[in-house]
Design a protein around this ligand. Structure first.
Ligand code: MN
Length: 441
């Protein structure tokens, strides 16, 4: 079920796009992630492929005849204004397109084909949401995050008894998904004050959650579950997700039905979708459950998923306050964690989601839940890092933070590294908190 390693992963491949050959680029020729962009001063949306600091314009490639060897439905999908048509075609299409693009971008001594027509600087493009995202679901797949948060909300009963049996999730809100670099307005909401009376006002405990998202490729019909062995065939690719969370609103509203207004005011995603094909060299075993933990029920278990369902992806969170930017300081590192420590694999999450017959559609987004590890420095939210504000952190300016202040920018990064393979980056997922103005009532 998982994608295999092939010639497109060869670490010795070089591109005629020079910036793609720099050792620290997120987008070498072995990556080839998809996104949607608009050229400055133009109105049409186009699919692009990130290569070094450039974008390969797929519509333009089609127009000049560089994709003619591909099946017609795939050529048409490349000319679409978003990735949904490509996602609908399924993993054969992504594989065929990746193979074509790898050859097209390779340095092989020939003149680059029509370079000025098909390539533009990333800095001259406006990046847009990669797909029309119909539905968004947020899981809770890190047992370390679940335990850390559980301790704060329920000290005597941190991990609920269902956790090791069932992948927990809630249905999020697709309408407020926004692209990296879009500012996030501090939400207002209802929460309890120190004397326990409910009040309504700007959230005082605004937080981020470092998550990994994955897009559904081909979907399933209503009433037809996807088995664990087929689950990855229905995953198109991955991005970074910031599931902004208002902890004061959350604590007051979350029982009994789970998060509502504490999380649906904004969710930020990174612009480039890293395909499962690109990630093939970095697959690893899923979480190794201690002996005393229950085995997953049969519908959530396959030997291939246990062996290859994990992903060696490192994620990092950095913070830059308004004062730090004024003083020209570099962003401050808050945490670093590995996605391979998640208790549930992507295939288990997707399988569980459809196990009751629920239909997923191309372009739907599933997110992993906060990626936190067991070690100090690997917690993917301020709630965990500051123990709900009890242990504030110090920034290099001397400022302290329990939760996010107006003007703070949260920067998320992700990358896969492995001996013998090219490093694959996810780019960045950024968002700045803006305060509530007197004019917004
Ligand atoms: Mn979340």
């Amino acid at each position: 079920m998982s994608r295999s390693i092939n010639a497109t992963h060869d670490p010795n491949l070089r591109s005629w796009v020079e910036s793609a050959n720099h050792k620290d680029t997120d987008f070498p020729i072995q990556n080839l992630p998809f996104g949607v962009f608009r050229q400055k001063n133009k109105s049409d949306r186009r699919i692009g492929v990130a290569i070094g600091d450039r974008i390969l314009d797929l519509s333009a490639c089609g127009e000049v005849g560089l994709l003619l060897e591909l099946p017609e439905p795939l050529q048409e999908a490349c000319a679409a204004p978003n990735l949904n048509a490509l996602m609908t075609l399924g993993s054969w299409a992504t594989l065929a397109l990746r193979d074509r693009l790898s050859k097209l971008l390779q340095l092989n001594g020939l003149n680059p084909p029509l370079e000025t027509k098909i390539l533009l600087p990333m800095a001259e493009a406006e990046l847009l949401l990669p797909a029309n995202i119909g539905d968004y679901t947020d899981f809770y797949a890190s047992i370390f995050h679940a335990t850390n948060v559980g301790k704060l909300f329920r000290p005597n009963n941190p991990l609920l008894p269902n956790y090791k049996h069932v992948p927990i999730a809630y249905h999020g809100r697709a309408s407020s998904l926004i692209l990296s670099d879009t500012s996030v307005k501090r939400p207002k909401g209802q929460y309890k004050t120190e004397d326990s009376t409910p009040t309504f006002g700007p959230s005082q405990l605004l937080d981020y959650e470092m998550e990994v998202g994955f897009f559904v490729g081909s979907g399933n019909e209503l009433g037809k579950p996807i088995s664990i062995n087929k689950a990855e065939e229905h995953i198109f690719g991955l991005c970074l997700v910031n599931d902004w969370s208002a902890r004061d609103i959350q604590a007051w509203e979350y029982q009994p039905l789970g998060p509502f207004l504490a999380k649906n005011f904004a969710t930020t995603i990174s612009p480039w979708v890293i395909t499962l094909e690109a990630l093939a060299p970095f697959r690893c075993p899923g979480f190794s459950r201690p002996e005393e933990d229950p085995r997953p029920l049969p519908y959530l278990y396959s030997p291939v998923d246990a062996e290859r369902g994990g992903l060696e992806l490192t994620v990092e969170v950095l913070l830059s306050s308004a004062k730090m930017r004024e003083m020209g300081m570099k962003p401050f590192s808050l945490s670093r964690a590995s996605f391979k420590q998640m208790y549930w694999t992507m295939a288990q999450m997707l399988t569980h989601h459809t196990s009751n017959g629920c239909n997923l559609r191309p372009g739907d987004l599933l997110a992993s839940g906060t990626v936190s590890g067991a070690e100090e420095g690997s917690q993917g939210s301020l709630l965990e890092i500051t123990r709900r504000g009890a242990e504030p952190i110090k920034l290099p300016t001397g400022e302290s933070r329990s939760f996010l202040a107006d003007g703070d920018e949260v920067i998320m990064r992700g990358y896969c590294e492995k001996e013998g393979y090219a490093r694959i980056g996810f780019g960045e997922c950024r968002g700045k908190v803006i305060g509530i103005q007197n004019s917004d009532t």
